[in-house]
Write a protein that binds this ligand. Structure first.
Ligand code: GLN
Length: 292
């Protein structure tokens, strides 16, 4: 069997399985199985494939046919122009989340300390550190397995000196007492009844804990807005990613927590995607229960 025939076979099996993007996935998985580039496969399409590579490729195709996301099989995913190692221990970084990273980048200055809650693969924190200088950060996550991936990514990107990772529940995991100029989070925000309607790639293979936002999808935002004022300097900023229909509810939570200059920002598709607010003296007084 030639490379071209093998690719055709893989593509056919993916079309049959109805996984979508069969063409691209069949190519990417063939590149991975053969450890080569698309160009080489294209120009050498009529060459015979050895049995080991063929079997490896077909094992990838089988996994993809069972709706395992291509990123897990490939073992990596691009985000903000960087490559992140990923596997089933972490949520796959989404393009939507690049909007969040870009908004935060606009505000970053040398010397700033960043806290990334629910860091997962570390994609947000590590991109922010990569594209800024003189910044440092902490990523927290409830899952020790996810943090293994984040630490590996920090090493891979040469950022281990500037990034620390800490296991635990939201702020409970951030090293006691430290304050931050920036807190950012893409927390789990899918409502319970929506969870089971997600595509099989997501619901069968990605960590449920990285998606489940509680009964109404807002559980993490309540806790983050409530607790963030204890961990931000005055003038510090809180940024969260949200679902397209959560703008008004999350804005209200920011305002109830006393954040100033609360803004809902849209993504490139025109959907509400980010809420940001500024920690002011009023936020602290609100938190301490004083009238303002
Ligand atoms: N921060 C990671 C990301 O944006 C993981 C988010 C999560 O696990 N909810 O991809």
């Amino acid at each position: 069997m030639t490379y071209r025939e093998l690719w055709e076979k893989g593509k056919g099996l993916l079309i049959e399985a109805g996984t979508g993007d069969a063409d691209i996935d069949a190519s990417l998985l063939l590149e991975k199985a053969c450890g080569t580039t698309r160009q080489a496969l294209y120009s050498g399409g009529e060459m015979p494939v050895d049995e080991t590579r063929k079997e490896l490729y077909l094992s990838y195709i089988r996994r993809r046919s069972e709706h395992e996301p291509a990123a897990y099989i490939l073992g990596e995913q691009g985000f903000m122009g960087l490559m992140f190692g990923v596997d089933s221990r972490v949520l796959i970084p989404r393009q939507d989340t690049e909007n969040l990273a870009e908004e935060v980048l606009k505000e970053l200055c040398s010397g700033m300390r960043i806290l990334d809650l629910c860091t997962g693969s570390g994609c947000i924190l590590l991109s922010l550190l990569h594209y800024s200088s003189g910044t440092t950060g902490t990523g927290t996550d409830l899952s020790p397995e996810a943090l293994e991936v984040a630490e590996m990514n920090a090493e891979r990107l040469g950022l281990s000196e500037r990034a620390a990772f800490s296991c635990g529940d939201l702020f409970g995991a951030s090293k006691a007492g430290g304050k931050f100029e920036i807190i950012v989070s893409n927390p789990p925000y899918i409502g319970r009844e929506v969870l089971d309607t997600l595509m099989p790639e997501v619901i069968r293979h990605e960590p449920r804990a990285a998606l489940d936002g509680g009964p109404d999808g807002l559980s993490f935002y309540r806790r983050i807005t409530g607790e963030a004022p204890d961990h931000l300097v005055i003038g510090g900023l809180l940024f969260v990613e949200i679902g397209y229909d959560q703008g008004p509810a999350v804005k209200k939570l920011f305002e109830e927590a006393g954040f100033a200059d609360v803004r809902v920002i849209r993504d490139y598709g025109g959907n509400d995607r980010i809420v940001r607010g500024e920690m002011s003296l009023r936020t602290r007084e609100n938190k301490n229960g004083k009238a303002c």
